[in-house]
Design a protein around this ligand. Structure first.
Ligand code: PAF
Length: 283
């Protein structure tokens, strides 16, 4: 495993690999690695000759300083686990100034409305921060393929749009959500849940399953009201949003139209930990 802290050294190593015709894969992460990340790394290793894993807690995508401060940082353990997970990985661990230069600020993007709904509505500037860091990583690493989990489905669609807008020659690969035995979507944030909240948070998954079942016979409006009711008096979870949206445009729907794909999206707090999840409702 090779570890790089500096862009220039990484770039020249990757340049050599590219000129030898190697396919380069990128798995961008913010560390605190879990099974979800390793599934991305394994998929990347199957599809690419060399895999770069970046570990960088990106300050510009946090609108809440407390959330940034509390974000789990477990670099030594992450490196150990990566070493065991896959041979020959390249790990990129830049500082903020190394990656951004002197001004650690977001660029402003127009993602055609994808950025305005759900996470974009509740986390001010979040997708400008994500877009900025992904653009910097793509420019530095110039991967042939980049791998993202579907847990952050809105992020995945936005990164697809970003690479289309920038006309970058990178294939964006979306990978299925990995879940704990209870159904709770794997997330670095799960580490911050109390035992009780972790157990109760499986309710988020159960609600999505039930919504999918209802979607066959009930309207989007009915299901949304039903979900709100379920959370209303929940002693451990606080619903931030539940939406049924078109999978491509991410806009909330009032009516289903034949031939379109839909997903349910949810964000809820378990104590002070914010969790998100989503599920396709039809195929
Ligand atoms: O999904 C994440 O962990 C982050 O948003 C990403 C894509 C690594 C950008 O910082």
């Amino acid at each position: 495993m090779q570890i790089f802290k500096e862009k220039e050294a990484l770039k020249s190593t990757l340049e050599g690999l590219r000129s030898d015709g190697k396919i380069i894969g990128l798995v961008p992460t913010m560390g605190a690695l879990h099974e979800g990340h390793f599934s991305l790394v394994k998929r990347a290793a199957l599809e690419c000759d060399r895999v770069v894993v970046s570990i960088f807690v990106n300050p510009t995508q946090f609108d809440n300083p407390e959330d940034l401060e509390k974000y789990p940082r477990t670099l030594e353990k992450d490196l150990e686990l990566l070493q065991q997970a896959e041979e020959n990985l390249i790990v990129f661990v830049p500082t903020a100034n190394e990656l951004y230069g002197q001004a650690v600020v977001s660029e402003h993007f127009n993602f055609g409305g994808l950025e305005k709904v759900m996470e974009g509505r509740y986390r001010n500037g979040h997708f400008d921060g994500v877009g900025t860091v992904i653009k910097l990583l793509f420019e530095t690493i110039r991967p042939h393929k980049a791998f993202f989990g579907e847990k952050d489905f809105q992020q995945l669609q936005i990164i697809r749009k970003l690479s289309e807008n920038l006309q970058l020659p990178v294939e964006i690969v979306g990978c299925p959500i990995l879940r704990e035995d209870s159904g709770l979507a794997r997330s670095s944030r799960n580490e911050r849940l109390s035992e009780q909240h972790r157990e109760k948070a499986a309710f988020i998954y159960q609600t999505l399953l039930k919504s999918r079942e209802l979607f066959g016979t009930k309207s989007a409006e009915y299901i949304t009201q039903w979900v709100k009711e379920q959370f209303k008096n929940h002693p451990f979870l606080k619903l931030e949003y539940f939406e049924i949206a078109n999978t491509k445009t991410l806009q909330t729907i009032n009516h289903k139209t034949k031939g379109n794909q839909y997903r349910a999206f949810i964000a809820a707090y378990a104590g002070d930990v914010r969790l998100i999840d989503n599920m396709p409702l039809n195929n």
